[in-house]
Design a protein around this ligand. Structure first.
Ligand code: GLN
Length: 188
């Protein structure tokens, strides 16, 4: 099994290192041909508008959208959550892949200086996981098919629909691999 980390912009290295520490084979994905070589993809945090633009430029946008709608496993963290969501509520509006039935508000937890860390209780994990929130998106609507895996202050921050998983926070910065392990289980 090989996992791809979308390598166009954002905190790519931290995801790669977390996966390698788990003994997982990793490929940094920059071209659409590489999607054939992997069993699932992580879209890291960064800047969602930039990531989307570069994905289109690399010819990854339509191919990935098609693959994910047919069941290809994908995990989006922070900006990656925005890219996978159905709709972004901010102005100006931005195009998304629209593969998971959630609407998000970008930067809803404040600016860079308001970044925070909090211990999260995650479904299926028996230890608290440090959630790092950096200009994070907030889920403002969720369809009935979406399963909640963690909540912060009454708002879902980690959810899954089929083989699509998204987190508002940065599990690759938490110093643990529990959340990545859940993605591996979701892929099976
Ligand atoms: N604020 C970024 C965006 O809107 C996401 C921030 C992050 O990924 N840490 O795209």
């Amino acid at each position: 099994m090989k996992i791809g980390v979308l390598g166009v912009q954002g905190d790519i290295r931290e995801h790669v290192e977390t996966l390698r520490s788990m003994g997982v084979d990793v490929e940094i994905v920059k071209k659409s041909e590489q999607l054939d070589e992997i069993d699932g993809l992580i879209i890291p945090g960064g800047e969602s508008t930039t990531i989307s633009k570069l994905m289109k430029f690399a010819g990854l946008w339509d191919v990935l959208k098609d693959m994910v709608s047919k069941g290809f496993p994908v995990f989006g963290t922070c900006a990656g959550m925005i890219v996978l969501s159905k709709r972004v509520t901010n102005n100006p509006s931005q195009e998304t892949l629209g593969v998971i039935d959630i609407d998000v508000e970008r930067n809803a937890y404040g600016r860079q200086v308001n970044s925070f860390e909090v211990d999260l209780e995650i479904k299926g994990v028996d230890v608290p996981i440090r959630g790092v929130f950096i200009r994070a998106p907030r889920i403002v609507r969720m369809g009935s098919e979406v399963e909640v895996l963690a909540v912060h202050n009454g708002t879902p921050v980690f959810v899954r629909q089929g083989k699509i998983m998204v987190a508002s926070f940065h599990p690759e910065l938490s110093g643990s691999s529990h959340v990545h392990r859940i993605f591996l289980e979701t892929m099976r």
